[in-house]
Write a protein that binds this ligand. Structure first.
Ligand code: SF4
Length: 370
């Protein structure tokens, strides 16, 4: 089946999920309200990865809406995306990187998404005019790379991707381009599209292209997703992976180790493990305390070889990307700015008390920076 048809046949309502037996009928009314705020889209392929006999199936947790999404604690913009927006659809938080919000559409609406405020909901934050966005980049020669994010950037049409890469190629100071996409994981048939593959091959031969994807559980590594990764790699695209640490999905050292080994075995670079952000309708259901996260990551790393443990355990904070390094003798956790928003923080380390199950730095007593 063509990917467009597959996408069209995705499950998009609580009603369908009840009919298919993925949601109990007694939850339907309340989940209908959840669906109004946070849309549903699950490709049939991804749905088929759920073990229906398991209530706690990790794939189910990532794609089927839950009553926990009624929890209104947390915030919608936890890393200052609005304050970093310099043009509609363009964020410039880190000196060298321009981040384009290219679409608000995804092949699947992950229940743990940190851009829940916009995916499938509103395109008010996405780039309306590519030329406008790229003209900002043209004027800022300190920018040497572009991250095309969304939504899912590989859900853009082939024509738009081609146009984008052609225009980027004209910017002499851009050294590489990244596409944030989850299609290898949730809609691998997208990467059977020969026109897309040919565009990627042609441009990757001139400007390095990275596909940054998000495998969160070994059950997402299937023959189909492996094929999708292989196709990208055959185009000369480097595939790297950002895993989000998610309660009930991968908060287990063995699962994390298996995932990283699986990724490395198929030529995907394990890049980051992200601390789940305190996002509304996500936080309560998915966040793992920082001290637990650190323990899990360290135990997983102890089972891995050097290549499989190249990833860093990080959080995307308002002040920058912060690595969670380890624990001090007094029990506080040690952090280091991996990618600071402000120059004064470059390379800075600090310790913070995150006892009591704290899962984000702002919640540390006395404020953030120690
Ligand atoms: S694919 Fe990415 S942007 Fe889209 S819903 Fe999932 S996590 Fe969010």
């Amino acid at each position: 089946m063509l990917w467009q048809q597959e996408l069209k046949s995705s499950v998009r309502s609580v009603k369908e999920l009840v009919a298919l037996g993925y949601v109990p009928p007694w939850e339907q009314e309340r989940l209908n309200a959840v669906e109004q705020n946070f849309p549903i889209c699950v490709p049939r392929y991804y749905l088929s990865l759920i073990d229906k006999g398991r209530e706690d199936d990790p794939i189910r947790k990532m794609c089927i809406p839950a009553l926990a999404e009624e929890d209104a604690s947390g915030a919608f913009d936890t890393s200052g995306e609005l304050s970093n927006t310099v043009e509609r659809g363009l964020q410039h938080k880190y000196k060298n990187t321009a981040l384009i919000l290219s679409t608000n559409v995804c092949a699947m609406y992950c229940r743990h998404c940190f851009r829940k405020r916009m995916v499938g909901v509103s395109d008010a934050e996405t780039a309306a005019f590519l030329t406008q966005v790229l003209s900002y980049v043209r004027e800022h020669e300190e920018i040497d790379n572009i991250l095309v994010s969304g939504g899912d950037s590989f859900l853009l049409s082939n024509r738009v991707i081609e146009k984008m890469l052609s225009q980027i190629a004209e910017l002499q100071h851009i050294r590489f381009v990244r596409f944030g996409t989850r299609v290898p994981v949730v809609l691998p048939s997208r990467l059977e599209d020969k026109a897309l593959l040919s565009t990627l091959s042609r441009h990757a031969a001139k400007t390095p292209i990275y596909a940054v994807t998000q495998f969160n559980h070994p059950n997402e590594i299937t023959a189909a997703s492996e094929r999708a990764v292989k196709r990208l790699r055959a185009c000369g695209v480097v595939v790297s992976n950002q895993t989000v640490l998610l309660k009930g999905v991968n908060d287990d050292e063995n699962v994390l180790a298996e995932l990283m080994n699986g990724l490395t075995s198929m030529g995907v670079v394990p890049y980051y493990v992200f601390q789940c952000r305190p996002v509304r309708a996500v936080k309560g259901q998915f966040q793992v305390p920082l001290s637990t996260g650190l323990r899990l990551v360290e135990h997983a790393k102890a089972m891995l070889n050097g290549h499989a443990k190249r990833f860093k355990y990080v959080m995307s904070h308002e002040t920058g990307k912060i690595e969670i390094l380890g624990a001090a003798d007094d029990g506080r956790l040690l952090f280091k700015y991996h990618q600071p928003k402000y120059e004064k923080d470059a390379g800075r380390m600090f310790a913070a008390d995150v006892s009591g199950g704290r899962a984000w730095l702002d919640e540390a007593p006395g404020g953030l920076l120690y």
